[in-house]
Design a protein around this ligand. Structure first.
Ligand code: ZN
Length: 294
C-alpha cells in the first residue's frame, strides 16, 4: 500500500521525498540515545491549533470526505470476526518515519483509549515489524476529534530500543511506566490501573498558556510493541506544550509540541532556529516539564 501510494505522485510522494532532507542530530542524555530531527514538513503538526473552535470549523482529515484524491485506504479489523472492519489504515501524509501509517476508526469518534487499547495490542501482533503509538487528545494528537493510532517501523524510538535492550525504563521520562505480559487481558487490567492511579495526580501547568488539567481523565502518550510479549510504555503528562513554546523573546522560543515520539526520545522541530537551540539538557528539561512529577 505504501509503495503503491508513493507511485501515484500525490502529497505523500512529495512529503516522503522531503524526509530525505531531514537533518538529524544526536542528543545523548546519560545512556539514553535521544535524537533531534529538523523536519520542515511537520510544521503543521508542530503548530497545530487543536482548540475546540478550530476543530468545529474544519473538515476532519481522517474521514473519507477530508481525504486527498490520491490517498489510499485499507479497511481492516484486528478481531476479524465482526462483519464490518472498524479501522482504516492509511499512509500518513505528514511522516516522521518511512513508512508511517495512521490507523483510525472508521467511525468519527473522539480520541479516547478506552474501548481501543485491546485493539492497539492486537495491532502489535498483526503488524509485528511496527511500533504502534497513541497520542492523547491533548498530548500531541493533531486530530483529537477522531480516534487514531499511528504505526512506525520497530526500533525507530530510542525508548522502545532501550527497554528491549536493558529490560528497564531509562530515566529520560520521569512519569513513564512499562508493562509487559503474554495476555491482552492482563495488559488491559494493568494499563487501566495505571491510568486510574495517575488520573489522581493532576498537576498545575508551568505556564499560563498551557491547558489546565482535566479533572475527569489523565493525559498521556502510549507506545506498544510485540517482542514475544506484549509491551506498553505509557507516559503521563502534565501539559501539552512547554513554556519555551510560548516564550515572548524569540531568542528563547523553541517550537516543539511533544507527542509520543518526542516523549520516547525523538524530538522534532520544524524551524532551523529551534534545531540550533535545542540541546540535550534543554530537551531533558522540556520532557520533565511536560511530564507529571512523581
Ligand atoms: Zn473524522
Amino acid at each position: 500500500m505504501y509503495d503503491h501510494e508513493l507511485t501515484l505522485g500525490g502529497r505523500a510522494a512529495f512529503q516522503y521525498d522531503l524526509l530525505r532532507l531531514v537533518k538529524r542530530k544526536e542528543l545523548p542524555i546519560g545512556d539514553f540515545p535521544a535524537f533531534l530531527f529538523f523536519n520542515p514538513g511537520r510544521v503543521h503538526s508542530v503548530m497545530a491549533d487543536v482548540s475546540d473552535e478550530t476543530l468545529a470549523h474544519r473538515q476532519c482529515f481522517l474521514c473519507p470526505e477530508g481525504l486527498e484524491d490520491k490517498q489510499q485506504t485499507f479497511l481492516w479489523d484486528p478481531t476479524m470476526h465482526e462483519g464490518t472492519p472498524r479501522y482504516a489504515i492509511r499512509v500518513n501524509p505528514f511522516p516522521i518515519f518511512a513508512p508511517h501509517f495512521t490507523i483510525s476508526t472508521v467511525r468519527h469518534e473522539p480520541q479516547q483509549i478506552r474501548g481501543h487499547y485491546e485493539d492497539m495490542l492486537r495491532f502489535t501482533t498483526e503488524l509485528p515489524e511496527y511500533t504502534i503509538f497513541y497520542n492523547g487528545a491533548r498530548c500531541g494528537a493533531s486530530a483529537p476529534d477522531h480516534m487514531h493510532f499511528q504505526a512506525i517501523p520497530m526500533n525507530s524510538l530510542p525508548m522502545q530500543v532501550y527497554v528491549d535492550q536493558h529490560g528497564r525504563l531509562p530515566e529520560f521520562c520521569p512519569s513513564a511506566r512499562w508493562i509487559q505480559s503474554n495476555s491482552i487481558e492482563d495488559m488491559t487490567t494493568r494499563f487501566f490501573a495505571l491510568v486510574d492511579e495517575f488520573a489522581r495526580k493532576q498537576q498545575q501547568p508551568t505556564c499560563p498558556q498551557a491547558m489546565p488539567p482535566r479533572p475527569d481523565d489523565a493525559d498521556f502518550n502510549i507506545i506498544s510493541w510485540y517482542n514475544g510479549h506484549y509491551n506498553t510504555v505509557i507516559l503521563f503528562r502534565r501539559q501539552s506544550r512547554p513554556a519555551c513554546f510560548f516564550a515572548e523573546n524569540p531568542e528563547e522560543r523553541i517550537l516543539i509540541s511533544p507527542g509520543a515520539v518526542e516523549m520516547c526520545g525523538v524530538a522534532i522541530v520544524s524551524t532551523e532556529d529551534s534545531f540550533q537551540r535545542l540541546t540535550a539538557n534543554k530537551l531533558q528539561a522540556i520532557i520533565n516539564e511536560v511530564s507529571i512529577t512523581v
